[in-house]
Design a protein around this ligand. Structure first.
Ligand code: SF4
Length: 533
């Protein structure tokens, strides 16, 4: 307990982290004491502690896990790069004193395969590298070489914020610039940013803001890139948005897999607070390993200290969001673009683009390309152009066979559709979507069916369990997809049910890769039974 600070139930997840950090796991008697301190029912604390994958709850009388955990990513990019084999060899090599877990995407797909020793990521990992880090005692990642507050300010940063703050720059003109630019939400949903600002600003005060840095979509790592290099460009955009919309309090939710970035952000927010002490309160919240918390209403539940279960809509979070208040919810990257768009003009942003599309996009490219990484380029670029112009071509010995255009949930396209413009709305005729622009490229050495199975297992693992079509559907589909010959009729019916009847985007999008395989890669799933592929 911090001296003089009254414990708050909405900070439950923060307290659970502190307990686990201090004791190595969550023990039943600690949770009971926490429930009492927060004046919550024990069941409420236990259900939160057992919901999030990063919490290790130890029931009374059970054995605590080993002191060290090595997490090995087994999502798309890492699976292609041998993640499962790495996990298996580490389990043998590291022995019983180290727990080796296969985990979903850790947001470093450009350096696959990745293992995380404690909180220290090992990039392009092999068993020797991981064993060396285990032996070294290194458990934390060092801070990235980001542009810090003083350097950012010296280069003209926060001048726009100062102008907005002093009233010299009207917030209406800021929103107009975003409108001209055509800036859309870059977390995946693509909702026009200016319209969102106007909608929330029209709601009664007090209004809150929630910033989503929970990028957990397998294949996505752009927010990590922006935060690790130029965090103040995002913070300045956030402050301008808060001022334009009349925000009373800001909550920033960052995934637990980015501990160094969380420390960096905490340090830099302190500098910002020191420069402008009259800012609205800004709270930094730490996720706990639940992909579903990237869904805006689930994130809000999590910030409120609950299980990350998406809410039914309406009401929308713009009307009734965080702590029951109208809430402006944005992904980090959307806010990152605000300063450039306002300074250079909406027309500047809209002047980029090709193949009939407008604007810039940040593509997280991984898989079988020579140079994976974040590529900032024209909206509407095609995969072929992206690989040839920005990724150094395919890896030697690999020919393009297919790609995920929007992470695990955006479906799969074959090489024959490598000339489709990549942007919001352009992929719908092919049953796909771009989402957060996570491009995972695969080759003739991979099988689309195995990658689709990997994606479905991920969704089954991450389903919050609230609704039956998703909870049961993802698990059932994952099991059916293991059959050498797929039952197309049954899988299609199951997919339709999940899409039509799931509460949130997780269950609605989970069937996409499976349906893409039936549509574009039927040769991989045998002589398909049922109503035909
Ligand atoms: Fe939860 Fe899945 Fe239903 Fe979304 S679709 S609310 S993740 S069970």
């Amino acid at each position: 307990r911090d001296a003089g600070v009254t414990p708050r139930a909405d900070r439950l997840i923060e307290y659970l982290h502190r307990l686990q950090d201090a004791h190595g796991a969550l023990f039943a008697d600690h949770l009971a004491a926490l429930a009492e301190a927060l004046k919550l029912a024990r069941a409420e604390v236990f259900e939160v502690a057992t919901f999030y994958h990063h919490f290790d709850f130890v029931p009374s009388g059970a054995e605590a896990p080993p002191a060290l955990t090595v997490r090995v990513c087994d999502s798309l990019g890492c699976a292609m790069a041998g993640g499962a084999e790495l996990a298996a060899s580490l389990a043998t090599r590291l022995g019983a004193d180290v727990r080796v877990q296969r985990v979903p995407c850790v947001g470093r797909c450009d350096s696959a395969p990745v293992a995380v020793v404690g909180q220290k990521p090992v990039l392009n990992a092999d068993a020797d590298k991981v064993a060396a880090v285990v032996a070294s005692g290194e458990r934390d990642e060092s801070l990235p070489e980001a542009i810090r507050f003083d350097a950012y300010r010296a280069a003209g940063g926060y001048a726009l914020w100062e102008a907005v703050r002093s009233g010299e720059r009207a917030t209406d003109s800021i929103i107009q610039a975003l409108d001209h630019a055509g800036l859309r939400g870059l977390g995946g949903a693509g909702f026009p940013a200016a319209r969102k600002w106007r909608t929330v600003a029209a709601q009664p005060a007090p209004r809150n803001m929630a910033v989503n840095i929970d990028e957990g979509e397998p294949g996505t790592f752009k927010d990590r890139h922006y935060l690790a290099t130029d965090p103040h460009r995002f913070i300045e955009g956030m402050l301008i948005a808060a001022r334009a919309v009349g925000i009373a309090g800001i909550w920033i939710y960052i995934r637990d897999e980015y501990p160094a970035l969380r420390r960096l952000l905490a340090e830099e927010l302190e500098r910002v607070r020191a420069a402008w002490p009259d800012l609205p309160p800004i709270e930094l919240r730490r996720g706990a390993g639940a992909y579903v918390c990237g869904e805006e209403s689930a994130m809000i539940e999590s910030i409120e200290g609950k299980r990350g279960m998406p809410r039914l809509r309406p009401p929308y979070v713009a009307e009734v969001g965080l702590f029951g208040r109208p809430t402006l919810e944005h992904n980090l990257e959307t806010l990152w673009w605000v300063r450039d768009i306002v300074e250079k003009g909406g027309d500047w942003f809209a002047s980029f683009g090709r193949n009939g599309r407008k604007g810039l996009r940040s593509f997280s490219v991984s898989g079988r390309v020579a140079k994976p990484g974040v590529v900032v380029t024209d909206a509407g670029i095609t995969l072929r152009e992206l690989i040839d112009e920005h990724c150094g071509g395919m890896l030697p010995g690999h020919a393009l066979y297919g790609y995920f255009p929007g992470g695990a949930s955006g479906g799969i396209l074959p090489a024959s559709l490598a000339d489709v413009p990549l942007d919001f709305d352009t992929l719908a005729p092919h049953g796909c979507f771009i989402g957060s622009a996570a491009i995972v490229v695969f080759s003739q050495h991979d099988q689309a069916r195995l990658l689709a199975e990997n994606a479905m297992e991920f969704f089954a693992h991450e389903s919050c369990g609230q609704c039956t079509p998703c909870r049961v559907g993802t698990a059932k589909a994952a099991a059916l997809m293991k059959a050498p010959q797929w039952d197309a009729g049954l899988l299609k019916e199951l997919g339709r049910t999940m899409m039509d009847a799931s509460i949130c985007g997780l269950g609605q999008a989970a069937p996409n890769p499976m349906q893409s395989v039936l549509r574009f890669f039927p040769q991989e799933v045998g002589a398909v039974k049922g109503e035909g592929a």
